[in-house]
Design a protein around this ligand. Structure first.
Ligand code: MFK
Ligand code: FAD
Length: 502
């Protein structure tokens, strides 16, 4: 069988290995404690958690419909590693940090840095965490009071035994992008002020969640509902079991058979009288869940750039171990040019993502200027759509840098590609987010875009000594001169889309 065996690429502490992350945090993060925490967590990810992530992939969830005696139970069986991820997430404060605000306006940067280190090793546990964070954000924006104060405290706790995750059930068979037309689920008022939900949710991820936020149309006494966006309201429901062991008001129709994200259950759910509380005013469902979309889209972007960083790190390590044509890959200039291009894409994406996290932190700690608020609104869809696409390109290139081994399942590399493919689809596809950008530009009559380009121009001016930035300055000037034209395009295209949706 020959005597040569190739050394595998080694995952080292992803915090210590990431000079850009550490440099960025050194410049901004005031708390030394946060540094120590990230360093210790990076060690844990490399030495312990990464294995669990692999275990989640090779032991995917399965659905048990019936107990041995024929009773319907709809039990989603997940791996022990997936359960450990839940406890770890609480202990490490992966949601809590964003709400404890230990680092003031930089708390979101701290939290997202931790998730960035965690994400490629997390066995997709970042998905329930994103929705959990999004649900906490919605509750906070609506007001932490009955009936959701207990839920809020559980979503944001560091105690594993109290920690809850949340789902986000929006998509129905007719429409995931156009939820305004696509939502058929109805909410029937009960005499005690609660509602019963009836409908079918076509995609529900991390369905082992303890609660969910979802959209439905309130039925009047005649059983009629209001169509379109203005008929949608936001609901909070707990996922619980009755004394008979059955899920209350839910039947799990089946689990999806997916290209990737296989570590995590994604189910089709029949809502058959699910007890729920209405959280928004009637007809304000989409606007009320928008805060969740902002948070989950930022998490999505963090996961995208984290996957890029991981493949670059592993490819860099492999280049020091693999020999071709008599020298290590790292000594082949053409190979290193490929890795350098991946590195540049990753750095650009990282800085954009972190800037959005910074803006989120400023907004939440009351430090945001009007410009910050506009930038956060504009850049959230931009960063999500850009990094979602870019991650597929970079991770795909990254797999090639391992040659044939990049295509082999048990190296743990192909899963990286499978899992990034979803990042441009869920939480708003690229085109839908592009239209969201147009909507945002049109609604502010271009003010938000002008603010953005002016901001970029001032950043470029502060680095004017770098002559290679001259083309960028020219491009920004060009964009500013065409702004009025673009706003008109946005104003004509965005409303037609909006009318369509209504
Ligand atoms: C690893 C990380 C993983 C992350 C977790 C992933 C798990 C998977 C979870 C999912 O995929 S959940 C499903 C996600 N679904 C989407 O993202 C839906 C994509 N479609 C859109 O985003 C559409 O643009 C939208 C549904 C919002 C269109 O709905 P409408 O009702 O036709 O929109 P309309 O009428 O323009 O807006 C209604 C209100 O919401 C307006 O407020 P006002 O009434 O006060 O004017 C809008 O301004 C507001 N709004 C809409 N989008 C917003 C927003 N506000 C802030 N930010 C936004 N992005
Ligand atoms: P469609 O809306 O039918 O879109 C089809 C195509 O048309 C897309 O390319 C889209 O960009 C394009 N398109 C649509 N409208 C326009 C337009 N106006 N202009 C131009 N192009 C347009 N949803 C949840 O609610 N909760 C979950 O937990 C969840 N988990 C998911 C997990 C996975 C693994 C996947 C794959 C999806 C999940 N989803 C979930 C659903 C996801 O959010 C939707 O699939 C997504 O929003 C797209 O909706 P759709 O599938 O109905 O596609």
């Amino acid at each position: 069988i020959g005597s040569f065996f190739q050394d595998r690429p080694v995952l080292k502490n992803p915090f210590l290995e990431d000079a850009l992350l550490r440099g960025y945090l050194r410049r901004h993060l005031p708390e030394e404690a946060a540094f120590s925490d990230l360093c210790a967590f990076g060690e844990r990810v490399a030495n312990e958690v990464d294995e669990w992530g692999r275990e989640c992939e090779v032991t995917p969830p399965r659905l048990v419909y019936f107990d041995p005696w024929g009773r319907r139970v709809d039990h989603i069986v997940t791996s022990p590693a997936w359960k450990r991820m839940k406890d770890l997430s609480a202990q490490e404060g992966l949601v809590a940090i964003g709400y404890e605000r230990q680092c003031g306006e930089w708390s979101r940067v701290y939290q997202m840095s931790k998730l960035y280190i965690f994400s490629p090793s997390s066995g997709l546990y970042t998905c329930p965490l994103a929705m959990t964070d999004g649900a906490a954000k919605v509750i906070k924006s609506i007001g932490v009071s009955w009936p959701v104060e207990e839920a809020f405290s559980r979503l944001t706790t560091r105690q594993p035994e109290r920690f809850w995750t949340s789902g986000q059930w929006m998509t129905e068979r007719q429409g995931g992008s156009d939820v305004a037309s696509g939502t058929e689920t109805v909410a029937v008022p009960r005499t005690d002020g609660l509602y019963k939900l009836h409908g079918f949710k076509w995609f529900t991820s991390a369905t082992d969640a303890d609660m969910t936020l979802t959209l439905a149309r309130v039925q009047d006494r005649m059983g009629a509902t209001t169509p379109g966006s203005r008929g949608l309201s936001l609901f909070y429901a707990e996922v619980s079991r009755g004394e008979d062991g059955r899920l209350r008001g839910i039947e799990v129709q089946r689990l999806k058979d997916k290209l990737g994200t296989r570590q995590m259950p994604t189910a089709e759910l029949l809502l058959d009288g699910l007890p729920a509380h209405k959280l928004s005013e009637e007809g304000r469902g989409v606007a009320s869940i928008a805060n969740m979309l902002t948070i989950t889209r930022i998490h999505n972007s963090v996961s995208a750039v984290a996957a890029m960083r991981r493949v670059v790190q592993l490819a860099g390590d492999y280049a020091t171990r693999r020999t071709a044509f008599g020298k290590l890959l790292k000594d082949h200039p053409l190979h290193m040019q490929t890795l350098a291009r991946m590195e540049v894409e990753t750095r650009g994406a990282f800085l954009l993502v972190m800037d959005v996290c910074r803006l989120l932190g400023r907004e939440e700690s009351g430090m945001a200027t009007q410009l910050d608020t506009h930038l956060l609104r504009l850049l959230t869809p931009v960063v999500k759509l850009y990094t979602g696409k870019q991650a597929v390109a970079v991770v795909s290139e990254g797999l090639e840098s391992f040659g044939g081994q990049g295509y082999i399942e048990d190296t743990g590399l192909p899963v990286l590609l499978r899992d990034v493919q979803v990042l441009s689809i869920w939480e708003g596809t690229t085109n839908v987010l592009s239209l969201d950008v147009l909507r945002c530009v049109a609604r502010s009559s271009g003010m938000v875009l002008r603010a953005y380009f002016t901001h970029v121009k001032s950043l470029l001016a502060s680095a004017s000594s770098v002559s290679s930035l001259a083309p960028a300055v020219k491009a920004v000037d060009g964009a500013l001169s065409k702004l009025e034209e673009f706003v008109q395009v946005a104003a004509t295209r965005a409303p037609s889309y909006l009318e369509l949706a209504a």
